[in-house]
Design a protein around this ligand. Structure first.
Ligand SMILES: C[S@@+](CC[C@H](N)C(=O)[O-])C[C@H]1O[C@@H](n2cnc3c(N)ncnc32)[C@H](O)[C@@H]1O
Length: 272
């Protein structure tokens, strides 16, 4: 009681909200994060130790509050979903929803996406969704974009050979950048649209929208979508000691924020 009182007096409002969430996350059996024993042992063992079935595993990267992961889990009970984000205060929401609704085919992993290969073995994953990732518009941040070739190389290694990657974004700069990156890579089955909800693929998404998707849609933004597979030959490409084309597109994509939607993204980043 004394602790609660002091926390209300001493902590800024955001921390007061986060603290109980962090406590709940530590107790939640559907979250894997630093400090829990599974954090060190889960790689290669998601089917056996976490889901206790052999259903395909689908990741949502940058899941935020996890609406998409839980929505997909409800729509596809024969698949397993894992929402991944670094912000515990956000994944708390999806975790609590899943617990309250008895959804056993969805879990959450709190980590940096840069570390995915620490938590997943080769071919452990069937599908990856990247939903409204921070666009990282500055050219010097290009390597942090979740569709940078080095991220795509890592995703390919974790995916089954016929694995699929999906990207949903409002951000034209990031979308164009990603399409140009994909021109450099051995992709398969590329599908893309600048206006998902007026495209042939709108029904595939079952009307499930993420939190950011709802915000951007309300601002009148078109939702861009693409889907593709990557061949294992991507492992042989070297994007560090590149390749003139690689340098060319890095210079091209310093996409400055020019509208409200992009500014929303930047506001989100500054809260990191
Ligand atoms: C713009 S929000 C989108 C959240 C959610 N997908 C949505 O559409 O509502 C981007 C999210 O990515 C997470 N994020 C950004 N970079 C990350 C990284 N390198 N590793 C893990 N999470 C990251 C942030 O914490 C944030 O929740």
């Amino acid at each position: 009681m004394g602790l609660v009182l002091w926390s209300h007096i001493l902590l800024p409002p955001l921390s007061r909200q986060k603290l109980p969430r962090f406590v709940a996350n530590q107790a939640a059996n559907n979250i894997i994060q630093d400090g829990k024993p599974e954090y060190l042992t889960i790689k290669g063992n998601w089917h056996k130790d976490f889901f206790r079935n052999q259903n395909p595993i689908v990741l949502e990267l940058a899941c935020g509050r996890g609406e998409y992961s839980v929505g997909l889990a409800e729509a596809y009970p024969d698949k397993n979903f894992i929402g991944i984000d670094i912000k515990g205060g956000r994944i708390w929401k999806g975790s609590q929803y899943a617990l309250a609704n008895g959804l056993h085919n969805v879990g959450f992993l709190r980590t940096f996406i840069q570390n995915l290969d620490v938590f997943f073995a080769p071919s452990e994953v069937s599908e990856i969704w990247i939903t409204f990732p921070d666009p990282r518009p500055k050219q010097r941040h290009a390597k942090r974009r979740l569709t940078h070739p080095r991220f795509l190389q890592m995703y390919q290694q974790l995916l089954v050979p016929e694995g699929v990657i999906h990207l949903k974004t409002d951000n034209t700069g990031l979308f164009d950048y990603t399409l140009d990156v994909l021109k450099l890579l051995p992709t398969a089955g590329l599908v893309s649209t600048f206006d998902l909800y007026h495209s042939a693929w709108q029904d595939d998404h079952k009307g499930i929208q993420t939190n950011f998707e709802q915000k951007f849609t309300a601002l009148g933004q078109r939702i861009k979508y693409l889907r593709f597979g990557i061949d294992a030959a991507v492992r042989n490409l070297d994007f560090d000691n590149a390749v003139s084309t690689s340098e060319a597109w890095q210079e091209t994509y310093d996409f400055a924020p020019t509208d409200a939607a992009k500014l929303l993204h930047l506001a989100d980043e500054s809260a990191d």
